[in-house]
Write a protein that binds this ligand. Structure first.
Ligand SMILES: NC(=O)c1ccc[n+]([C@@H]2O[C@H](COP(=O)([O-])OP(=O)(O)OC[C@H]3O[C@@H](n4cnc5c(N)ncnc54)[C@H](OP(=O)(O)O)[C@@H]3O)[C@@H](O)[C@H]2O)c1
Length: 342
């Protein structure tokens, strides 16, 4: 099998997990380069790596580049993403910068993997909250077309990156020691609290914060339904890792919970954990470090037979980021939508 020269750009929460996932899945690599903002040694999963400062030259000869840098004008994707494509790399980007760009397929392999075929060298990973929701909706949408989705999220601090994990740890320590609890990353203390704001307000959707708008727009792009009714409320919770969501979804015709369980259980990457009488349902603590999207609490909406309620949990750094990105590259290789340079 061909082997690829791989770069991971960004060595924070997602970049580190990317390196781990590549190794765990025995990704066909002949070389692995890790790039960030500065040269240094960094321990990742028990191995010391030479992390190099990102530059245009660093992409010479790279076949596949996984971008996990911060977003925005000075972030890795905007500065180096398309440059890497011009140099011949297949880019999979974790950030938000190009997700809605018409040139860029936005992909969850188990949902719309075929979209990768039309790539122009650059494929985007959806937002972590979107990935797990669309993953759980796809098997149901295949039975009865979706009409309307109402989602509320319970998002862990690792979704904000390494600095937010440290902030929650510090706040927990300070609180336990009876010290004054301070905050820097979030608009308020997150320990022992919930913050119904992720990202900032924007003009295009009145009253919605940025993360909610991402869920709405990305879901429409992934399913290819421009007028799909989606509403989202995104909440940051004092959980370290794995996001949870309540999803209320209306279909064009009724689906019973048993039909839904069967369809979900047979879908790649989904694990149904649904025995409410025994107190068995997915929880973020137990999803941490694992690959599936877990679905439970599946029930008919008591007010509408065409509507189901469910509870969806996944590790935001694995399925919500690193794993999904690696799966995109694996699928592109398997289907021969990319090749390595001779
Ligand atoms: N965390 C999640 O759950 C999640 C889920 C889905 C998508 N994402 C997205 O994935 C990306 C990474 O998130 P994260 O949580 O890993 O963030 P993070 O922990 O803050 O790490 C960001 C990394 O990006 C590097 N970086 C920033 N600007 C760069 C540039 N111009 N050139 C090269 N490297 C640059 C940083 O380098 P230094 O270490 O040298 O500072 C750092 O290693 C973000 O776009 C985020 O939105 C995150």
């Amino acid at each position: 099998m061909s082997k690829f020269k791989v770069a991971v750009v960004g060595a924070g929460a997602v970049g580190e997990e990317m390196v781990k996932v590549l190794r765990q899945r025995d990704f066909p690599m002949s070389e692995l380069t890790i790039l960030a903002r500065s040269n240094r040694k960094q321990m990742i999963d028990g191995i010391e790596y030479d992390v190099k400062e990102t530059s245009a030259d660093a992409f010479d000869g790279i076949d596949i580049a996984f971008f996990a840098g911060t977003e925005g004008a000075r972030g890795a994707s905007q500065v180096f993403g398309w440059m890497a494509v011009e140099k011949g790399a297949f880019v999979v980007d974790n950030g938000d910068d190009f997700r809605m760009d018409p040139r860029v397929p936005l992909v969850v392999p188990e949902v719309n993997g075929d979209a990768i075929a039309n790539h122009q060298g650059f494929v985007a990973n959806p937002n972590c909250s979107t990935i797990q929701m669309v993953h759980a909706l796809a098997p149901l949408h295949a039975i009865a077309r979706m009409k309307r989705i109402v989602v509320s999220t319970y998002q862990s601090v690792s979704g904000t990156g390494g600095a937010a994990i440290k902030e929650l740890q510090q706040q927990a320590k300070d609180y336990a020691a009876g010290k004054k609890v301070t905050h820097d990353i979030y608009p308020a203390q997150i320990f022992a609290n919930l913050i119904p704001q992720i990202s900032s307000l924007r003009d295009d959707f009145d009253g919605y914060y940025g993360e909610e708008i991402k869920m709405i727009k990305e879901t429409r792009k992934i399913f290819g339904i421009d007028d799909l009714a989606v509403s989202a409320t995104c909440v940051r919770v004092p959980v370290f890792r794995a996001h949870s969501e309540t999803v209320n979804v209306e279909f064009e015709k009724p689906i019973t919970p048993d039909q839904a369980r069967k369809a979900l259980a047979g879908w790649p990457g989904i694990e149904v954990v649904d025995d409410p009488a025994a107190g068995r349902y997915p929880m973020p603590l137990f999803a941490e470090g694992t690959d599936p999207t877990y679905v439970g609490r599946i029930r008919q909406d008591s007010c509408n037979p065409n509507t189901l309620d469910m509870w969806v949990v996944a590790d935001n750094i694995r399925k919500g980021a690193a794993l999904n990105a690696v799966q995109i590259a694996e699928m592109a290789i398997e289907k021969q939508w990319i090749g390595n340079r001779k």
